[in-house]
Design a protein around this ligand. Sequence first.
Ligand SMILES: Cc1cc2nc3c(=O)[nH]c(=O)nc-3n(C[C@H](O)[C@H](O)[C@H](O)COP(=O)(O)OP(=O)(O)OC[C@H]3O[C@@H](n4cnc5c(N)ncnc54)[C@H](O)[C@@H]3O)c2cc1C
Length: 413
Amino acid sequence: MISNWGGNLDFGTDEILQPGSIAEAAEIIRSGKVRPIGTKHSFSKVVIGEGKLVGAAGLAFEPVIDEHNSTVTVAAATRFGDLAVFLEENGYALKNMGSLPHISIAGAAATGTHGSGDGNQILSSSLVAFSYLNASGDLVELRRSHKNFEACRLGLGAYGLWVSVTLAIVPSYQMRQDVYRNIPWQVFYENPETLTAAGYSVSLFTKWGNSTIDQAWVKTRVKDGLPPSEIAGISADVESMKELLPGVADNLTEQGGVEGAWLNRLPHFRLDANPSAGDEIQTEYFFRRDQIVGAIKAVQEIASEINPILLVSEIRTMAQDNAWLSPMLRGDSIALHFTWINDSEKVDRAVELIEKVTAEFDPIPHWGKVHHFEKEQLTKAHPRLNQARELFDSLDPEGVFNSEYLQSLGVRS
Ligand SMILES: Cc1cc2nc3c(=O)[nH]c(=O)nc-3n(C[C@H](O)[C@H](O)[C@H](O)COP(=O)(O)OP(=O)(O)OC[C@H]3O[C@@H](n4cnc5c(N)ncnc54)[C@H](O)[C@@H]3O)c2cc1C
């Protein structure tokens, strides 16, 4: 049986269909229920359904750069890391990437995958257009100006199989990554921006219950100047660190302030290595920036209950975004992430506890990670969920892409 990358979900089948042409993909869609699948890096049941699993990796074509409009058009199933290598070879770059380059562009867009940076939106905000096979097996192109674009660019594979994407690109740039250790939580409590605005993209890694944040990773574009010489009197490491999680060595992009190309500094994990721990479950919640200190203090109170199954937590920021199902639709946000050991029962208990203690701070879960939110709560969290559901239902009236899980979220009827 095929399972997801983290190993916490069984897809209930030993087959993923990878059609080699649009015609073949259309034929599969016309023949019955399907669920689109990317590189299987999600931890929630977004991929799972009653239909056949269908990937778009067989629909690959050579990327095309449009210099005049500063865009690249590429197959939707392309991994971010492969596109990044192609762009760098041609003198271009993406504005932002997630922590790992191994995920597909379509799969990342479908769950609202984000990187970090006070001014950086979720990754699909770079989309200028995309094409997909609809429930009738017909190819449809949506451009930014289309009325359905913002509804469909974060769509959990609920209405079609993405085939190609056109993304905005920028000239290639150099970056550096600097790590500061043991920063007092008090510095964050007094003003989170002291840390989150310290670079172009900042990630804070920690466990809970201590007086300090274990590590701050500050990613700086060289053209923006130098990173802070000190944060709260603490200087950055002078050498690159070799591991983030115990026992997982040497899978990180280079740190220690060494300058390098954007694609080798923006993601935490190297494309040629296994990202993170590999046998794990992830959870993440988004908060408005002015509610994060309260939420963090609430999580500190349950440190002794979550630390034993926690590999590491990460805190990142994202800018406001207009995708209908984006957790950032309500404004600039900050995310609290948990990488757990792969023990679903224990993780479920921890997730329940976290959702209980942070409830008053209006968390919104990541669509691709483990959470316990259902339709009612999600409808409150996502003001356009009902509209999105009506649209997806109207685009796929026979329910070709529908699944029980999508229904439980309120994304399909
Ligand atoms: C180690 C690790 C690190 C991570 N880091 C981050 C991070 O930094 N930031 C973050 O936000 N998330 C992160 N994630 C979560 C991950 O980015 C998301 O779960 C993402 O959706 C995975 O993409 P995928 O290609 O594996 O898609 P899958 O998990 O295979 O599918 C996800 C969704 O996309 C849909 N889909 C896939 N392909 C298509 C297609 N061709 N057409 C239509 N729909 C499609 C599926 O139906 C499903 O709904 C991380 C996950 C792991 C394992």
